[in-house]
Design a protein around this ligand. Sequence first.
Ligand code: CA
Length: 458
Amino acid sequence: MRRLRFVMLALVVVISLVLVSEVNGWRIMQAFYWNVPTGTPSWYSNVYLKVGECVTDKIDCFYLPPPQKCISWDNNGYEPYDYYDLGAYNQKGATQVRYGTQAQLKALISRIKSFSGVKVMADIVINHNSGGASQYNPFVGSNTWTDFSGVASGRFLRSYYDFHPNDLHSTDGYGTFAGMPDLCQDKEYVKTNITAWLNWLKNTANAGFDFWRLDYVQGYAPWVAQYIHDNTGSPFIIGEYWSSDRNAINSWLNSVNRANVKAFDFPLFYTLKSMCNTTGGSFNMANLSGAGLVGINPLKAVTFVENHDTDVSDPIIYDKMMAYAYTLTAEGDSCVFWKDYYVYNLRRTDALGIRQLLWVNWRLAGGTTTVLYTSSDLYIAQRNGYGSNPGLIVVINDHPSSWLGATVSTKWTNTTLHCYAWNGKDTAQPAQKTTDSSGRTDLWAAPRGYAVYAPVGY
Ligand code: CA
């Protein structure tokens, strides 16, 4: 009986830890961008030098680019050729991949994992392949670039049988990408080789990845993500379902039906982009209320402000910190983009940068969200707190020239609220405010700016 009680107590502890991690979420660094430099030191070695700083800044997961050799060595990673060549075989123009050698990747991952609890996520591209040799394809009646029997690793050889059309069907009924040979995950050989490769990637003798980011999940059936989850140790997985329709993404999540399988919040990205790039202030800030996938399914949403694709095709150009103020105070896991942090210099060592918002996310954010006030120019929301994190109030103002504030009813009575993070056209720190006996006070943010308040003393 005593043993049973101990087991039950242990279970309660474990469940509580899981809930805490869900509520606070992963703080992910996307540690690459499109066309990173290919010189010396390698990209992997460059990232290595910043790992300690990022962890001090409260990053607890590093999202690395696709690791395998592509159609050419310096490809960004999204045209896979030899899955077992992580920069160890001299083919496609070099031994290294764009980001470095396998030895440099292993050194980077070893460095990341030297910090307790910090994880590494790989970008997994399994919808399509590229760089195969030409062969006669009887299912097409002409030649196709589907001969992957010459990969230098000698592993996971593929031919026209493994792509569409084939003897099973002409198509998977989902997407193809840029005309590249479309892998058939319905083939037992293909699906078991994919999970065998992923489990090989998890081994520190080869790489040491923990988590997966699945590229272009619209290109194959939802069962594929579920199968990968169930056959690689139930890791945290983020699907790239690139759509502005949150119901479509949520439908995919419901089909996959696994707590650890989540999706990037593209709908929120588009809303935040509209807010930031509409510099005249005509964006309706009331649209931030319950916005995005995180507004309807916070436990499955991974928010972000920019990624390697949007930065090239469709970037947020103006006042980007307003967007980070939203994502890093909202629910859900959240991803920070390396280029924003280190190239556009939004990290900062003062309270005006992303670094401070990561601290806010780590120390203050938690719990459910209550929107306290909206107008066409102002959004004020409260995180209600969870565990030892008190919660916070975020104020975002999109007016081009005026400080704006409003009197709101907070969860704290007779409490002095301190501004922990802020930025805007005026960079003066917003003043402390003390709530009355009913929790009311007025809270403010600078033009095109934000302010994050919580009780003084953290
Ligand atoms: Ca496909």
